[in-house]
Design a protein around this ligand. Structure first.
Ligand code: NAD
Length: 296
């Protein structure tokens, strides 16, 4: 399994494709953006002129695209008609569960093996090859999916059948969106109460308020040097992307009849921050809004 077609070389896909090349695999890369394609070529990938050309001789096809409609159209219009039936199809984009199941069903009808395999970890982990993958696929295909994903991964877990990877991703990011707002509210309150937010970080990190948003991604600048709060909230995981994931969670909850009131509040707060101009900032910048400030 050495010939990889990689479609979608953006913030995440660029680093992921580079790690496939670094592992000695032959990577045929394609993106609509010439700049993204040039960057992938600089990292050891071969440039394809279309999806059709990229997938023609592939053993495995990896896609890392913005959202459900992109994934549906790339597979239906370009991958299925041009890829060898023996190729293993792996979509790593974060998309709605319904689209993931629809593409999986079409793939199966046409004789392909397919996995939804969204990721957690952000651009730093994409570059370092340390993403966590949550996989929805037939049990019989998992070992091969794991082998293809290995150069990009620190943990690969089979969540269940098709769509289960996306379900896990949506639920995980709902926790993240809610917990970030909780941490930001507490930091803003600490400040108002005259408590040094950095001291609060130190205390809460060793108390029951401890969570990833506080200790690994602190929205207050200082305590966690690698966090985007130290770079004026540039890079990282954009508010617009978090909003997309929270919308997916709410749509899924409405369809499944699940009650997710805190998820709904988090979506509303991120939508407001997006409308105020924060869409391009890292999602931890919502701290500024909760401190009564507009995005810088
Ligand atoms: P991005 O916008 O930087 O990259 C998407 C790339 O897809 C772009 O380069 C675009 O040109 C390309 N593309 C779009 N349509 C295409 C087509 N038809 N053919 C070929 N290329 C096409 O986005 P990203 O940040 O890399 O995110 C990609 C996916 O990963 C999203 O689903 C996102 O939700 C998910 N994700 C992102 C992060 C993050 O921290 N950025 C973390 C986890 C998951």
């Amino acid at each position: 399994m050495t010939r990889i077609a990689f479609i979608g070389l953006g913030n995440m896909g660029g680093g992921m494709a580079a790690n496939q090349a670094k592992a000695g695999r032959e990577v045929m890369a394609f993106d609509l953006s010439a700049a993204a394609l040039d960057k992938a070529a600089g990292a050891g990938c071969a440039k394809a002129t279309s999806v059709a050309e990229a997938v023609r001789d592939a053993d495995a096809i990896i896609t890392m695209l913005p959202a459900g409609p992109h994934v549906r159209s790339v597979y239906a219009e370009q991958v299925f008609p041009n890829a060898p039936k023996t190729s293993l199809l792996i979509d790593c984009s974060t998309i709605d569960v319904e689209s993931a199941r629809a593409v999986a069903a079409q793939a199966k009808d046409q004789g392909f093996r397919f996995a939804d395999a969204p990721v957690s970890g952000g651009t730093a982990a994409a570059d370092a090859g340390t993403l966590a993958f949550m996989v929805g696929c037939d049990e019989a295909d998992f070992a091969q999916v794991e082998q293809v994903i290995a150069p990009m991964s620190r943990a690969t877990i089979r969540a269940g059948d098709h769509g289960a990877g996306q379900a896990a991703k949506i639920c995980n990011n709902m926790v993240l969106g809610i917990s970030m707002i909780a941490v930001c509210e507490a930091l803003a309150l600490a400040e108002k109460l005259g408590l040094d937010p950095v001291k609060f970080h130190e205390i809460s990190s060793q108390s029951s308020g401890q969570c990833w948003s506080l200790t690994s991604y602190c929205p207050w600048p200082g305590p966690v040097p690698t966090a985007p709060s130290n770079r004026n909230y540039e890079g990282g995981f954009a508010t617009a992307m978090m909003l997309k994931d929270l919308k997916l969670a709410q749509e899924a909850a409405a369809k499944a009849g699940a009650a997710t009131p805190l998820g709904a509040s988090a979506e509303g707060l991120y939508a407001l921050f997006d409308r105020l101009g924060g869409g391009g900032k890292d999602f931890s910048a919502i701290l500024e809004m909760l401190r009564g400030k507009l995005p810088a």
